[in-house]
Write a new protein. Structure first.
Length: 134
């Protein structure tokens, strides 16, 4: 993302709320994707950005009804380099990840995917933006 540095005077909490709400991602629509996860699933898409776009994760929420392992990754290959998160959750478990610095897909047109083991059943919800530049 091309950001210009500017001096901003914050006089009140309302000024701060306005500034944070309008910068820097106003140009990109906020996106929420949610998928129901079934056991024994490999490479299923969570978020397929529009052609020519990167996905940018701000929040990731994973919950499960049965214990198991879930891996969320960036692109077509599930390896430690592409891994966004790998969790071993207990029954009725979950995780909430709020990125203080958004996670950007490693290349344009990458798809955010998941793989679940033979027991994991749950839900993945991700929110963020699609952008044409890093």
């Amino acid at each position: 993302i091309d950001l210009a540095v500017e001096k901003v005077k914050i006089n009140s909490p309302e000024d701060l709320k306005h500034y944070v709400a309008t910068a820097p991602f106003d140009a990109y629509p906020f996106t929420v994707k949610s998928v129901d996860v079934t056991a024994n699933t490999t490479g299923t898409a969570i978020w397929t950005p529009a052609s020519g776009y990167f996905f940018m994760i701000c929040d990731l929420v994973i919950s499960c009804s049965t214990a198991g392992v879930i891996t969320v990754y960036d692109g077509d290959t599930n390896n430690t380099t592409a891994r966004v998160v790998k969790l071993n959750l207990t029954t009725s478990g979950g995780a909430v990840i709020n990125y203080t610095k958004p996670y950007f897909s490693s290349t344009v047109n990458n798809v955010l995917r998941y793989t679940s083991d033979s027991t994991f059943v749950g839900t993945i919800t991700v929110s963020g933006y699609e952008t044409t530049q890093l």
